[in-house]
Design a protein around this ligand. Structure first.
Ligand SMILES: Nc1nc2c(c(=O)[nH]1)N[C@H]1C(S)=C(S)[C@@H](COP(=O)(O)OP(=O)(O)OC[C@H]3O[C@@H](n4cnc5c(=O)[nH]c(N)nc54)[C@H](O)[C@@H]3O)O[C@H]1N2
Ligand SMILES: Nc1nc2c(c(=O)[nH]1)N[C@H]1C(S)=C(S)[C@@H](COP(=O)(O)OP(=O)(O)OC[C@H]3O[C@@H](n4cnc5c(=O)[nH]c(N)nc54)[C@H](O)[C@@H]3O)O[C@H]1N2
Ligand code: SF4
Ligand SMILES: [Mo]
Length: 668
């Protein structure tokens, strides 16, 4: 028996990007633990990944290309060879291109793997093909936009800043499920005496570890932030010296915006008691180093970008950026450290092709013309489960004339609707390089084990497709390692400061931050822009979310035991998730004559979804909550939560509005 210990990286769409140690025996991963050498995650993993080997060697892994033999969505397939699969695909695409042009082909991908090569390499192929492009905005584009409208390209604070803060707000964040290593820092700060508050629409599981929960009406956080700033100014709890040096537009903001948000009015909009608003402002205004960790849930509303913009103004008023331990962490972007363009190859595009928004796949498949979408190629994403308006997506996928290809590790809800399924490697079976959106670590990983069955990586499949389509660019002939090397050689100025030898060996390294980066504001004015002249509305304000004509706001929040739709292949984790619960306040249930433990249907104009009703005072009246995405329990006649969500987009940056949804509830 040959036993080896190999380094790898958690590939999932999670800010922590943990370092992994994989015990490999005779080419099989038998145990996965955290890498104690990782500068940020230091050897601990979340409950999903402690048995990653169960995902990698799951009996449910797809191991051969599969061709549909029954009706669409019926789940009947036969195994074929890769050669036949690729040939069929190339023949079908050649026909579509001559009948409709290549824009009739739509790639669909998101973040099944976060590795820079496997995640992005498809773009090089599809740019060369001339296919329609996908706007990949399902997650948090509105959050990015809101932050940037105030802070430009300013570097986000290092997450270790939190340890030095004395007042931490977890704002719209269930960090216990989605950001556990940040919570390690929050706990360290608590041990030094810090106070921690949570602002959320319900008492999510993270509420257990905080000192105070503020329940806000869904989509009203912009008004909350403006109301706090109203009080800060009224009481003089602001840092004039900091603002004179570093802030643009405080006068206009104070004169034209803040008077509109007195506590009584803000209380009405947000549902928060005036006394609690005053207390929150006092705590924030008097803290020595207040820190906000901003989740993404609140950006997935019709007013998402504006909400984030308003919250992002808060630290400027109190000069938090100038204080060790102060600031606001929305997301960390280290894209500039890599030569990413060498993988996405926009230069391969002969003319700019049509852009289709990934949140509007339903419309794209049922409504688009000139040309219509005739082929959909899905890789490392599961749109039937994760994208809004499931019923319309399925209507599209049932089209007899649509040729759907899904490159996947498992028989997901989307794969069931494929005409052709290609088996994908897991991250332990291919090489890549990773950067995080929650810390400044970067790490390269070699394959730890050989592919399971006949699985191939994203890059390998695009190489085969390039060959079959007759593309002659040398780009497509590179090995995965050569593509990784292009990303990091020659190193960008940022990457040039890390120990490259260590990175090349596959050990975790951290990008270094310039001195004084927290007060170096990378905006056009070199100041924090409370007033941003390049915005259609130069000053922030509160605007209402969309809502629907129904009584309950629906929160479909992440679960501790799955990640988006990933990990549904794991019986051990599914047992912990139990079932798709709908959590409701007992008073609402009484008014509707609904009892705990009953099967109920949540419904609106877009769909109907079955749940098990759970009553809890952790959820306020007017809100219902479900945690985690599930694969279809029975079969394609089921619906899951995204049958209720809508294809409407955010105010800016064309993001998803997955939380800006209302439903009614009845007995099943
Ligand atoms: N275990 C686990 N980890 C994950 C994921 C997962 O599914 N499971 N998903 C991964 C991905 S893709 C991402 S983007 C991140 C997600 O990270 P986040 O989007 O930050 O997710 P959460 O930490 O659950 O925070 C969302 C919270 O926002 C709250 N919320 C919803 N609407 C509002 C509102 O209007 N105001 C306020 N204040 N709060 C609101 C929800 O109730 C929920 O508690 O996590 C990643 N990590
Ligand atoms: N209602 C509701 N819907 C949501 C959310 C929510 O909070 N509520 N969260 C949203 C968010 S924040 C996001 S980011 C999206 C995420 O949506 P997706 O990015 O689609 O994420 P997953 O559901 O994890 O699906 C990823 C799929 O990729 C596959 N995969 C993994 N590695 C590879 C690989 O190397 N190659 C290939 N070909 N396949 C691979 C996995 O098996 C998995 O099925 O979901 C969104 N949907
Ligand atoms: S999902 Fe997140 S917390 Fe869990 S191991 Fe991966 S990176 Fe770490
Ligand atoms: Mo996400």
């Amino acid at each position: 028996m040959k036993t080896e210990l190999k380094r790898s990286v958690c590939p999932y769409d999670c800010p922590d990007m943990c370092g992994l140690l994989v015990k490999v025996v005779d080419g099989q991963a038998v145990k996965v633990t955290g890498d104690p050498e990782h500068p940020y995650t230091r050897g601990t993993l979340c409950p999903k990944m402690v048995h990653y080997e169960r995902t990698v060697h799951s009996p449910q892994r797809l191991t051969h290309p599969l061709l549909r033999i029954g009706e669409k969505g019926g789940g009947q397939f036969k195994a074929i060879t890769w050669k036949e699969g690729i040939q069929r695909l190339a023949d079908r695409w050649t026909g579509i291109i001559s009948d409709y042009t290549a824009e009739a082909i739509l790639p669909y991908s998101y973040a099944g793997t976060m590795g820079l090569v496997q995640r992005n390499c498809g773009e090089g192929f599809f740019h060369r093909l001339g296919a329609s492009r996908l706007a990949r905005t399902i997650c948090s584009s509105a959050k990015g936009y809101g932050w940037a409208s105030v802070m430009g390209e300013t570097l986000a604070p290092h997450p270790d800043e939190v340890k030095k803060s004395d007042f931490i707000i977890l704002w719209g964040s269930n960090a216990l499920a989605t950001n556990i290593h940040l919570l390690h820092n929050v706990r360290a700060a608590k041990r030094r005496g810090a106070t921690v508050w949570l602002v959320d629409t319900y008492e999510n599981p993270t509420a257990q570890i905080v000192d105070q929960v503020v329940l806000v009406r869904p989509g009203s956080d912009g008004a909350l932030a403006l109301g706090i700033m109203h009080i800060l100014v009224r009481e003089g709890w602001i840092d004039q010296a900091f603002m004179e040096q570093h802030v643009q537009g405080f006068e206009q903001f104070q004169g034209e915006v803040l008077p509109d948000y007195p506590p009584e009015k803000v209380s009405q909009i947000t549902g928060i008691d005036v006394n609690l608003l005053e207390l929150m402002a006092a705590r924030y205004g008097k803290a020595l180093a207040p820190f906000i960790s901003l989740g993404s849930g609140l950006c997935r509303y019709g007013n998402g970008a504006m909400t984030v913009r308003a919250i992002t103004c808060l630290p400027a008023l109190v000069g938090a950026w100038g204080k060790s331990g102060g600031g606001l962490l929305a997301s960390i972007s280290t894209n500039k450290a890599f030569n990413t363009g060498r993988v996405t190859r926009e230069d391969f595009m002969q003319k700019p092709t049509r852009i289709v928004n990934m949140n509007q796949l339903g419309y794209a498949l049922t409504d688009l013309s000139e040309p219509p979408i005739m082929s959909l190629y899905v890789y490392h994403s599961n749109p039937v489960c994760v994208a809004p308006d499931q019923n319309m997506i399925i209507k599209g996928l049932r089209r007899e004339d649509l040729f759907t290809v899904v490159h996947e590790r498992f028989m997901t809800d989307t794969a069931r609707y494929a005409d052709l399924i290609l088996p994908a490697t897991s991250s332990l079976e291919h090489a890549d390089i990773y950067r995080s959106y929650g810390h400044y670590g970067v790490q390269r990983a070699a394959a730890a084990i050989p592919p399971v069955g006949e699985a191939k990586s994203n890059w390998e499949v695009f190489q085969l497709l390039a060959q079959a389509m007759g593309f002659e660019e040398p780009f497509f002939n590179q090995t995965t390692d050569e593509v990784i090397n292009q990303l990091i050689e020659p190193p960008t100025p940022w990457l040039g400061r890390v120990e490259l030898a260590k990175l090349q060996e596959g050990r975790p390294v951290e990008l270094s931050l310039p001195e004084n980066y927290k007060t170096t504001f990378l905006t056009p004015s070199a100041k924090i822009e409370l007033y941003n002249p390049s915005e259609a509305e130069p000053l922030p304000r509160y605007c209402e979310p969309y809502g629907d004509d129904a009584p309950f706001y629906l929160m479909s929040a992440p679960s501790l035991f799955s990640l988006n739709s990933s990990f549904n292949e794991r019986p051990d984790l599914l047992r912990k998730k139990e079932t798709a619960y709908l959590q409701m306040n007992p008073k609402d249930a009484e008014n509707k004559n609904l009892q705990a433990g009953r099967s109920v249907i949540a419904f609106n104009e877009r769909g109907e979804v079955p749940f098990m009703l759970k009553l809890t005072t952790k959820v306020p009246q007017g809100v219902v909550v479900t945690e985690g995405l599930f694969w279809y329990a029975k079969g394609p006649d089921d619906s899951t939560v995204n049958a209720l969500t809508s294809q409407r987009l955010t105010d800016r940056a064309a993001g998803s509005t997955l939380y800006d949804v209302k439903v009614d509830v009845r007995l099943a």
